[in-house]
Design a protein around this ligand. Structure first.
Ligand code: AHR
Length: 508
């Protein structure tokens, strides 16, 4: 049996956890939208054509923000194609995913969906085939009250009140040669700077996100962030990171080591942003937006990336998530919490069907993928200040990490209610006896406790077995005063919600 110990103190705070870290991403990739969020004629569809079952699951998933419309798609997207009467919107060839884009879901449908789901919209502008002027006009369309060409166009389209979109991504993965109109760091830095200026002059309250590298292994990683921020430092609040985890070698320890890579990636990007600040002797801190992250490697064959014949709603990137994927997603969520001082926005990629937390059949049911569960639990229970934990546990060798901790844990304290939520991923093949010294945070009672565990790492949820991988009540935990203890099963994700003792039942 492995032994692990945690110490948490209410005064040792990393930062308050920004609710925007529980965001998701919805790209026109293709069944994420068509047959996912939007399917007029589906038995659960509402008057806007939004699937009610997907909307309900998105609420249960607990997403707080939604990034749209891409992704690679945005680099060829003209926002004007997606507004106005649906019958007169053009169909276009989408060069990102080689499908036909019908434009029946555009800016106003996206905003309406967000309002219904009660999530904050995060929009991306096209800095591939588009440019600053198109972005300025979109900003005017979305955020200006009225009395100008583009704001009056929005009103004529039936939206009197401005959409008031605060979060804007300045393009997508512009460092990637696969991007429509890929740019060098200098080209991107210059274009994004001019876009940022006119966007903020049009709507002063916006928060802007510069494109960082597409992933940490890009040959331009580091140099890209530095040069881009050298251009944009005074004009943006965030820089983006994207990371997709994979298990191509079918080795759980190597798979787990991707979580440690995310840890390094966050630290490195923050350091580069701070180097740009230091050069300017500036106290400003650029925050990080991990606006695409998830597991993605199974649905990555040429057939998953594009289908011949420019189809309208092909099945692309429809990754079926298994139990071990859910463990890695859980570990990534813990890492995000433990970097709450710098990571202020994050989007799981994506929401539905295409590498989605939710899976649907067009015309049929919707269900929760295995990765749905740790995300939903973290979004619901991680509220307040993330505490700086002292963690003692065994280690394992994986990837670049010769001594990666077997236990990944985070603790979030809600100063209002006094509640503390503990999240713990046991990366060991053995059970782990965990004790947590919660100091003067307690005394506590266990209000809720869950474990996500399956005998088969490859177990998946399907239409016919939608609950094969689901959390169950934890059987081995309890508190005595300020001391919490639990036995974590081998390779398991665990959540413990502790409430001040006087308000809840005793632990069990
Ligand atoms: O999420 C799928 C794709 O992955 C996105 O379009 C792109 O930004 C990333 O490479």
């Amino acid at each position: 049996m492995q032994q692990a110990r945690l110490i948490a103190d209410r005064d040792f705070i990393i930062a308050s956890l920004d609710r925007r870290v529980s965001g998701a991403f919805a790209e026109h990739l293709v069944r994420c939208i068509f047959g996912g969020m939007y399917e007029p004629g589906h038995p659960t569809a509402d008057a806007d054509g939004f699937r009610g079952d997907v909307l309900q699951l998105a609420k249960e998933l607990g997403i707080t923000t939604l990034r749209w419309p891409g992704g690679n798609f945005v680099s060829g997207y003209n926002w004007r194609d997606g507004v106005g009467p649906k019958a007169s919107r053009p169909s276009r060839l989408d060069l990102a995913w080689f499908s036909t884009e019908p434009n029946q879901f555009g800016t106003n449908e996206f905003i309406t969906w967000c309002r219904k789901a009660r999530v904050e919209p995060m929009m991306a502008i096209n800095l591939g085939s588009g440019g600053p002027d198109e972005a300025r006009q979109l900003m005017e369309y979305c955020n200006h009250p009225g009395g100008t060409e583009h704001s009056d166009l929005r009103i004529a389209h039936g939206y009197r009140e401005p959409h008031d979109v605060k979060l804007w991504c300045l393009g997508n993965e512009m460092d990637g040669p696969w991007q429509i109109c890929h740019k060098t760091a200098q080209e991107y830095g210059r274009t994004a700077l001019e876009a940022a200026k006119v966007m903020r002059w049009t709507s002063s309250e916006v928060r802007l996100i510069a494109c960082g590298s597409s992933y940490r292994e890009m040959p331009t990683f580091g140099a890209w962030e530095y040069e881009v921020l050298d251009h944009l430092f005074d004009h943006v609040e965030f820089i983006s990171l994207h990371q997709y985890f994979h298990n191509r070698s079918n080795d759980i320890n190597a798979f787990f080591s991707h979580i440690d890579k995310l840890e390094s990636y966050i630290t490195e990007v923050a350091a580069i942003a701070d180097a740009v600040a230091a050069k300017r002797r500036s106290p400003k801190r650029i925050m990080l937006s991990l606006d695409e992250w998830n597991v993605w490697y199974k649905a990555r064959t040429p057939d998953d990336l594009a289908k011949p014949g420019w189809p309208r709603a092909p099945k692309l990137l429809e990754e079926v998530y298994n139990f071990e994927d859910a463990l890695v997603v859980g570990g990534a969520l813990i890492t995000l919490m433990n970097h709450a001082d710098r990571v202020k926005a994050a989007c799981i990629a994506q929401l539905v069907n295409a590498i989605g937390a939710i899976m649907t059949e067009t015309g049929g049911p919707a269900w929760r993928q295995a990765i749905f569960h740790p995300f939903a639990q973290a979004s619901r229970l991680a509220r307040g200040n993330v505490l700086r934990l002292v963690t003692e546990c065994g280690t394992f060798a994986a990837g670049d990490h010769s001594a990666a901790p077997l236990l990944l844990a985070s603790a979030v304290h809600d100063p209002e209610s006094g509640a503390v939520s503990l999240f713990a991923l046991n990366r060991s093949q053995e059970p782990m006896a965990l004790s947590a010294d919660l100091r003067e945070l307690g005394p506590f009672a266990v209000a809720e406790c869950f474990e996500l565990k399956h005998a088969d790492l490859k177990a998946v949820n399907t239409r016919d077995r939608p609950d094969e991988v689901s959390p169950v009540r934890h059987g081995h935990c309890g508190v005595k005063g300020g001391e919490f203890s639990a036995v974590l099963k081998p390779l398991s994700w665990n959540v413990f919600a502790l409430k001040p003792a006087e308000f809840g039942p005793r632990g069990h």
